[in-house]
Design a protein around this ligand. Structure first.
Ligand SMILES: [Zn+2]
Length: 312
């Protein structure tokens, strides 16, 4: 039924049980959590199962399941500041859009229709998000456009007037229409919508293993002080561009050195050196958590793991 890539989450357990019952599917759902990509694909997966004409398994190849996986099913409707829109504004979900939704829900349809409300990011997808998307593309799911990513809603995107207009639709929606709201926190959506919806917390993204900062450790263990300090600005750019925490980067450093360690169990001298460098990385993480400036932390780290610095 629900694809196991969504396992280990409350929504997976809840809807696995729910879909076995013959209860009416909820009209309005709020998904709350920091992994918007998970929320988006989970909504798509629920939509797939509700519209499947086959055995409902993740491998089903009925027309609807195929359309869903290619993300071109006409009844899965993304409502964002740029999608499902005729007016010119690009920064909000407008009242006009809500009117369009309202009239759409009363058109007859053979499908169980989903209206997904989110913010949106268009343009180049950053490495961190690409890594997160991989899990879904490996399972055969895709976003509608390659340069399109869902972002969480907030009250600037879905403002009070549009929210109020929508409220009426959520109450009057006919059978087989479901509204889904993607957000980090329920506070980001007007409370009257939240109170009329089923609210679910979704899991946080597990990004740790997906970051590879090994490029910045090139030539380790022979990175000179000068070379190490030269790399700091690239590391900071990399963190900025990919929306990463410096601790994520140090996690990746630690993982890299642990691999070096594993390959050098026989060589006592190298083993001890790498082991001691790992402790320096762990110290650097503590300093970052204690809000020492990242630039200073990285500088100290590169000095302490350089051939010159190790002997200081
Ligand atoms: Zn199917």
């Amino acid at each position: 039924m629900i694809n196991p890539i969504f396992k280990n989450s409350f929504v997976y357990d809840y809807f696995t049980a729910f879909l076995k019952s013959d209860k009416r599917f909820p009209q309005s759902i709020v998904l709350e959590g920091f992994d918007t990509i998970f929320q988006y694909f989970f909504a798509l997966e629920l939509f797939r199962i509700l519209n499947c004409l086959g055995d409902k398994t993740p491998n089903c190849t009925c027309t609807n399941c195929n359309w869903v996986k290619e993300n071109r099913h006409p009844a899965f409707i993304q409502v964002t500041p740029v999608d499902f829109k005729d007016d010119g504004s690009k920064t909000v979900i407008s009242v006009k859009q809500i009117e369009k939704v309202t009239s759409a829900i009363f058109e007859t349809s053979d499908y169980h229709r989903f209206f997904i409300f989110s913010n949106v990011k268009t343009g180049t997808i950053q490495d961190k998000d690409k890594n997160n998307l991989l899990k879904y593309s490996d399972a055969g799911y895709t976003t509608e456009k390659e340069d399109w990513l869902p972002l969480p809603l907030n009250k600037k995107i879905l403002q009070e007037e549009a929210s109020n207009a929508l409220l009426k639709s959520t109450e009057e929606a006919p059978n087989k229409v479901t509204f889904v709201f993607l957000c980090n926190n329920r506070e980001d959506i007007i409370s009257t919508i939240v109170s009329r919806s089923l609210l679910f917390k979704t899991p946080v993204e597990n990004s740790k293993s997906s970051i590879d900062a090994s490029q910045f450790l090139k030539d380790y263990p022979n990175i000179s002080i000068k070379e190490g300090i030269n790399r700091i600005s690239s590391i900071m750019n990399y963190a900025d561009e990919n929306n990463l925490d410096y601790i994520d980067i140090l996690d990746s450093f630690e993982e890299n050195l642990l691999n070096v360690l594993k390959n050098n169990f026989e060589n006592r001298q190298i083993f001890n050196m790498v082991n001691s460098d790992i402790q320096k990385i762990q110290l650097a993480k503590k300093q970052l958590m204690a809000t020492v400036l990242p630039n200073n932390v990285l500088e100290n780290l590169f000095i302490s793991i350089s051939p010159e610095g190790r002997n200081l």
